[in-house]
Design a protein around this ligand. Structure first.
Ligand code: SF4
Length: 286
């Protein structure tokens, strides 16, 4: 059972740094602290205070969440119009309890009324379809795009690493529905969990009309500082015999195989900030 809290925040738009800034976003918008999807690999709790977390958040990641109840009011006062906003690097804005909290409809109303240059929603939550009309309205005023996470085409693997997230087929359906509604929707293969790379890539390319974006597991051996894969995912990989999916050389092979499938269909597969840059550039700079 998850515990849900709500409290006022003092600010809502943060200037970016690191990965998201490198991708070209000027600001991030994080509507809650802690995320009840609770993915085993989530890098956010490894950032601790640098992600604005409190000790209870990283000690009990995924077991509770604290919504910023005044998020829309703060946004209305903070937004100026030239921003390129990523929502969110630190929580899924459509985590399951957003169904009751309903922060995103109010945020999207503000985005439509006072549009930034770019507004990108990063999610793996099918709940986003609840807000389709609001997304359409916002897309008329700003460069709105959705980056929808896919992690594996193998359902058992999905259950081991992210048991609270939707199945692969349902996620493909969400991408198709957003696309059919005219929302620019990218499939973001991140992190790349153990999968069948060619089948995984082909299904993602069929669902989206865009290039593919992705990232393998982060890895302390090749990335000594900053956010990294949570130990819980390393334990799952150890128990299930998937250690090689954390090995940079093996990851490079998988990336090359996915890129090959994308190329054969006239598209690209962008890794890390280079891929996420497609989410940050406005239409006139594409
Ligand atoms: S949905 Fe994103 S923010 Fe939430 S636990 Fe999973 S990886 Fe972390």
């Amino acid at each position: 059972m998850f515990r849900i809290f709500a409290e006022p925040a003092s600010s809502i738009l943060s200037k970016t740094s690191g990965f998201i800034a490198e991708a070209g976003f000027s600001h991030s918008l994080t509507p809650a602290r802690n995320c009840t999807f609770g993915c085993t690999y989530c890098y956010v709790p490894t950032m601790r205070i640098y992600a604005g977390l409190k000790p209870a958040d990283w000690a009990s990641w995924g077991q509770f969440t604290t919504f910023k109840q005044n998020a829309a009011d703060l946004l209305r006062r903070a937004i100026r119009g030239g921003e390129s906003v990523y929502c969110s690097p630190l929580v899924d804005p459509y985590q399951p309890v957003e169904e009751q909290q309903r922060l995103m409809p109010a945020i999207l109303e503000v985005i439509a009324a006072r549009p930034p240059r770019v507004f990108t929603i990063q999610t793996r939550g099918p709940l986003i379809l609840r807000d389709l009309d609001l997304l359409r309205r916002a897309a008329e005023r700003t460069d709105l795009r959705v980056s929808f996470s896919l992690t594996t085409n193998r359902e058992q693997v999905r259950r081991w690493y992210e048991p609270h997230c939707a199945p692969f087929e349902e996620r493909l359906e969400v991408i198709r529905a957003l696309r059919a509604a005219g929302i620019r929707t990218f499939a973001t293969l991140a992190p790349i969990l153990p999968c069948d790379p060619e089948e995984f890539a082909a299904a993602a390319l069929e669902a989206t009309a865009e290039n593919l974006i992705g990232d393998p597991f982060h890895n302390r051996r090749s990335k000594p500082h900053g956010a990294t894969t949570r130990e819980q995912a390393e334990r799952v990989s150890g128990v299930r015999g998937f250690e090689q999916w954390h090995d940079p050389a093996f990851q490079a092979e998988v990336v090359a195989r996915i890129a090959g499938v994308a190329r054969s269909r006239g598209r690209q597969f962008g890794i890390g900030p280079a891929g996420f840059r497609w989410l940050a550039c406005s239409a006139e700079n594409r």
